[in-house]
Design a protein around this ligand. Structure first.
Ligand code: DQA
Length: 147
């Protein structure tokens, strides 16, 4: 199975950006760890980070026919982007939505997501472990067994 991890706006700053909220791990650390976890299950892992909404939309389109599951942390686009919502619905690739922080314990504008009702599931507040949790869930759901 091929899993695409998408990180949106500002997630390239992971490790240096508000570490009390988002932790000390860099995005490279997180992605390297996810590649290891994916390898345990014989899954192919791809990663895409972009700060632009349109680029994320285009990457989702390109995933059609190639990717089995998406894990997406759209960053602030979560709360604003009908375009990313429509792209995910358009390609009909099942996806898990991840947020590092507990968005529900933060500002009211972070409580609404344009993606959640289309997601298979949503993980919030588990730190960067949320990506790993999503990946292990997908492995289980897709019937990928540990190698
Ligand atoms: C975030 C939460 C969003 O509200 C915020 O805009 C982010 C990161 C998270 O992972 O906790 O950029 O998606």
């Amino acid at each position: 199975k091929h899993v695409l991890i998408i990180n949106g706006a500002n997630l390239n700053l992971l490790g240096t950006r508000e570490p009390h909220i988002y932790g000390a791990q860099t995005l490279d650390d997180v992605v390297a760890h996810l590649a290891q976890v994916g390898a345990e299950y014989g899954m192919k892992i791809s990663h895409f980070q972009h700060n632009g909404e349109g680029e994320i939309v285009s990457r989702i389109h390109a995933a059609r026919g190639d990717v089995d599951y998406i894990i997406i942390n759209a960053g602030a686009y979560t709360h604003t982007s009908i375009a990313i919502r429509d792209a995910l619905a358009g390609v009909a690739i099942p996806f898990v939505e991840v947020h590092i922080s507990n968005v529900h314990a933060r500002e009211a504008f972070r409580h609404h997501s344009y993606l959640s009702d289309k997601a298979v599931g949503v993980i919030v507040g588990l730190g960067t472990y949320g990506y790993e949790a999503a990946l292990r869930f997908i492995a289980l759901q897709a019937g990928c067994f540990k190698t």
